[in-house]
Design a protein around this ligand. Structure first.
Ligand code: C5P
Length: 228
């Protein structure tokens, strides 16, 4: 088939938020809708890839032809990512992973304490899922996301270097109608090109189109066109 540049490749994508339990009925989480990660999975499958979606809790249907692994906490997502990372060509970390979890989730439902107006929760850092994938000797091509409210390019360059990524999709989440929960998004794409950094500005567009542009660019980096 003509336009299936991802044929034969396995793409693994993390999407959505994570949930970090506080007790059996409560958790810490965030407002990630999972829309961008699901759009990436849809686009990669349409371009011919085998796609595994590691998904936090979201209210979205599984894209056709995509294998979906449901997880809740960052540690579950990390374990799933490590199981799959050695067996994929492209890894995209699109999940909004909780940076911290409760150090010791309560075994039973926490009760209001009589006469106490405050409650102190002790949090510990979660693993950096994408950095751990990028640190593997058998690493796939690794694409990360950066959501920033200022100094987009500077933070994106820093993320590329600090996490050892091959590409960063950076978006300005302070722009109204774009990003978190929205159907449209815009992004600055940065990728390693030998010793320099390639760059592309993707204007505001539906997440489906942006997702396809990101996948196509990653595929070009992964398998440069033959003949030059
Ligand atoms: O560090 P920060 O959260 O800004 O980085 C965002 C990128 O790192 C995203 O690609 C996100 O999926 C990934 N990430 C991760 N594990 C974490 C935190 C972020 O994979 N614990």
């Amino acid at each position: 088939p003509a336009d299936r540049p991802a044929e034969g490749l396995h793409v693994v994508i993390t999407a959505g938020p994570t949930r970090e339990p506080l007790d059996p009925v409560r958790y810490l989480s965030n407002h990630s809708s999972g829309k961008m990660g699901y759009a990436l999975a849809t686009a990669a499958a349409a371009l011919g890839a085998r796609v595994t979606l590691i998904s936090g809790p979201v209210a979205l249907p599984t894209p056709a032809g995509v294998e979906r692994l449901d997880v809740e906490s960052a540690r579950e997502m990390h374990d799933a990512a490590q199981r799959l990372a050695g067996d994929c060509d492209l890894f995209i970390g699109c999940a909004a992973v909780a940076d911290y979890r409760a150090e010791a989730p309560a075994e039973h439902k926490l009760k209001k304490q009589e006469g106490e107006d405050t409650l102190t929760l002790r949090l510990v850092k979660n693993p950096d899922i994408i950095a751990a994938v990028a640190a593997r000797p058998d690493r796939p091509f690794v694409v990360g996301f950066a959501a920033e409210t200022r100094d987009l390019a500077a933070y994106a360059h820093d993320k590329l270097a600090r996490k050892g990524l091959d590409m960063v999709v950076a978006n300005d989440v302070s722009r109204v109608g774009l990003g978190f929960g929205a159907d449209d998004n815009a992004a600055l794409l940065l990728w390693r090109e030998g010793d320099t950094t390639g760059q592309a500005d993707l204007p505001p567009q539906p997440k489906a189109e942006l997702a396809e542009a990101v996948i196509r660019r990653a595929l070009e980096c992964l398998t440069p066109p033959a003949g030059d």
